[in-house]
Design a protein around this ligand. Sequence first.
Ligand code: S3P
Length: 416
Amino acid sequence: MAINTTISLPGDKSISHRAVMLASIADGVSELTNLNDGKDVQSTIKALQACGALIENDDKKLIITGTTLSNPKKPIDCGNSGTSARLLSGFLSSQGLQFSLTGDDSLSSRPMDRVIVPLTQMGCHIESNNGLLPLIVDASGPLNGINYKMPVASAQVKSSILLAGLGAESSSNVSEINTSRNHTEIMLHHMGATITVMDRDIRIEPLSSSLESITMDIPSDPSSASFFIVLTVLMKESQVTVRNMLLNPTRIGFMNILNKIGIPATISNQHHMNGELCGDVSVESSSVDGFEVSSYAIPSIIDEIPILAVLAALGKGKTVFNGIEELKFKESNRVQAIIDNLVNFGIKAYEQNNSLIVEGGTPTQMATIQSFDDHRIAMAFVVLSIAVFGDYKLDNKACIDISLPGFFDTIKEMLS
Ligand code: S3P
């Protein structure tokens, strides 16, 4: 079976969340096409609608008319979405609202103290279940600006503070310990907010007038694309082109790794869409060597580690991912989920001194994939199983709908 095709994918999930939030309070009508169609972004849309946002679906376009948001009548259910919970906590606070946030079992076990601490310092009153959901937030009082040195590298936390800062009484400064995705900064700048970025220090001024509306065709999600790119690399005599993929440097660490181990991508039609770099990406099949990732590079591959671990597992030699602590706080404990699944397929993998080690080899048996109800674990191991055995068994297909409901359709299209 060989792959030789061009694919288009739904829009980037991170950008979709941010675009819907910011458009809901912007001046006038915003139009978004190629929005991410997963359940996470739906959680954000429903949350905003519960606060009075004017969001309509018109064919393949989302039309958002900016308005003044109001307190939701019921707790907001963020489902499985960490981005919804963390970004909304800051964003709805900037609008002076009182609201509660809940989530599913996975989200209810993920740390929220990382946003509770800075938002409380800004003047929000937040009750939580010992740093976990549900959160009960009262941001009806004045918010002050903050100078905040982030203890973890997290775009969700950074974004939560920057969004809250839009409604503060003075400017806020956020310092990152490591560079994380910068879509909030790019979009805020594009919509007319006053935001200054100096390396890892970001300063946001409170909004003195409404944000400008946006029109955006959201580029294909590189995190979704990474599954199809790795599948192509692993299949014989194959080639894939991903049309109009987001090429923001904070997101394509996986392509840098591929490049470093001799699997370069060809990039064409490069252009900017609302400040975000995108273009067509083509990759071919290749043999794979082990590689080492420094902890410094982890934020740029944070969502691609499961699929990179699969790539490493089918390659030659040892791969080391250093500084993988944050991976334990995702939709599942991804360090354990990766190790368990690799071991089930007969590949040696283990954790040592905050590093994930994968020893490349040949899977000895086709195992039933344990998704841990985590979309990226499910997709990564479907790729492994299909690449090696031409088939897969998966305990929970539905979890893939979190970010990429069309995953199996695209796989079918690629293999036909
Ligand atoms: C995201 C940031 C990342 C990433 C998540 C989406 C975002 O989380 O894992 O899937 O849109 O800001 P952290 O910033 O918490 O690492």
